[in-house]
Design a protein around this ligand. Structure first.
Ligand SMILES: Cc1ncc(C[n+]2csc(CCOP(=O)(O)OP(=O)(O)O)c2C)c(N)n1
Ligand SMILES: [Mg+2]
Length: 369
């Protein structure tokens, strides 16, 4: 239930922020969250950060071919994950959402199987690394083509409305995606149809090397919602509680039949765009150093300290526990081995056509010889 006091102002000139840089709760209402949940947010942010570090090791040691670092996006992603009804609502993520799918509950072994492209991957290694999905948890598989998942998210939301399933489609993307035609088509149609969708921009102010100043002349991304006749929330995405509460309001609003919204979570991208990018060519190290000072994890740690929910021993044990879980899952995924090449002929047709039967037979013979 959305409490009356947690009604946020759309189109604010300053980002919505509930916890300041010193970790002080600055909202005019009580957060009302139990200690376990407040600590859970920290746990999931730390797990996301440590996963990111592990993925960097996997690319540097040649075990995967592509990563899109999500460090700096953790508060936003954990806030989104906790606002969804897990396994009921649908998530249409993008490639930088590994921390989000982890917080949503996609098992680590699947995440590593997907990263390695081996038999531990439920998608049978048919996707690019960093393109997760989960049938069990209603996570639409990531599509590389920027913004191409936005109209499908709208379509899914419209279907949820027509079938009265009580579900919501949450669709994430970057700032660069907002310049695509698909983005406009998807938001416009969702607004016209009052589809239960929430569109979430993880605005890190870069689309690879293109700075936001070259992306849009609008004062921010959230304000674009005005043109579609839906609320646009401008939010500090380095604040996990602001991300969570605004997302919760937008999702429950959509579920209650009040239509879609656009949520802009302003974040930092601490890494390069991807493993195929050298960001030192277009972004000064001074700029990055300043952003790192605003790291969402220490900021939330300061909040927990002030709530009396922090102690160093707990945090150290947590770090150790997560690191062990990451390593164990990685080892398990590594042992899964290569997928069976013959699987490439499965899952596309209900009945395999003769020419694929023929090719499958030829490959099977080749593999046996
Ligand atoms: C239609 C399309 N155009 C270009 C690309 C190449 N491309 C991949 S990621 C990317 C930048 C996207 O930036 P943004 O939406 O801000 O997300 P971020 O990576 O910053 O999280 C581009 C241009 C693509 N994948 N698809
Ligand atoms: Mg971006």
């Amino acid at each position: 239930m959305v409490q009356e006091k947690v009604r946020f102002q759309p189109f604010s000139s300053e980002p919505i922020r509930l916890v300041d840089e010193q970790g002080r709760w600055i909202a005019p209402f009580e957060h009302g969250l139990p200690p376990e949940q407040l600590r859970r947010f920290y746990r999931d942010m730390l797990a996301a950060r440590l996963l990111d570090e592990k993925l960097v090791i996997l690319i540097r040691t040649g075990k995967t071919s592509f990563i899109a670092p999500h460090a700096g996006h953790e508060a936003a992603q954990v806030g989104i994950a906790h606002a969804l009804r897990k396994g009921h609502d649908w998530l249409f993520p993008y490639y930088r959402d590994m921390g989000l799918v982890l917080a949503l509950g996609v098992p680590l072994v699947e995440i590593f199987g997907q990263t390695l492209g081996n038999a531990a991957d439920p998608a049978k290694a048919r996707q690019m690394p960093s393109h997760p999905g989960s049938k069990a948890l209603n996570v639409f598989t990531v599509c590389s083509a920027i913004a191409s998942h936005i109209p499908p998210a709208t379509g899914a939301a419209l279907s949820m409305k027509l079938r009265r399933t009580g579900q919501v489609a949450v669709c994430t993307f970057g700032d660069g995606a907002t310049s695509e035609g698909d983005w406009h088509a998807g938001l416009n149609f969702a607004a016209v149809q009052q589809a239960p969708a929430v569109f979430v921009c993880e605005n890190n102010r870069y689309a690879i090397s293109v700075n936001i100043s070259k992306q849009t002349a609008s004062e921010n991304i959230a304000i674009k919602a005005q043109a579609y006749g839906i609320p646009g929330y401008y939010v500090d995405g380095l604040d996990v509680l602001a991300s969570y509460f605004v997302m919760q309001e937008a999702i429950e609003r959509a579920r209650a039949g009040e239509g879609p919204s656009l949520v802009e979570l302003v974040v930092h991208r601490f890494g390069a765009h991807s493993s195929a990018d050298d960001d030192s060519r277009y972004r000064s190290r001074e700029e990055l150093a300043t952003e790192r000072q605003q790291d969402p994890l220490p900021r939330y740690q300061r909040f927990l300290e002030q709530q009396g929910l922090w102690d160093a021993q707990w945090a150290n044990e947590l770090r150790l526990e997560i690191s062990k879980a990451l390593e164990a899952a990685l080892q398990e995924a590594l042992q899964a081995g290569e997928p069976d090449p013959l699987e490439m002929f499965d899952d596309v047709y209900a009945a395999r056509p003769w020419h694929l039967e023929e090719q499958r037979r030829l490959l099977a013979e080749e593999l046996q010889s």
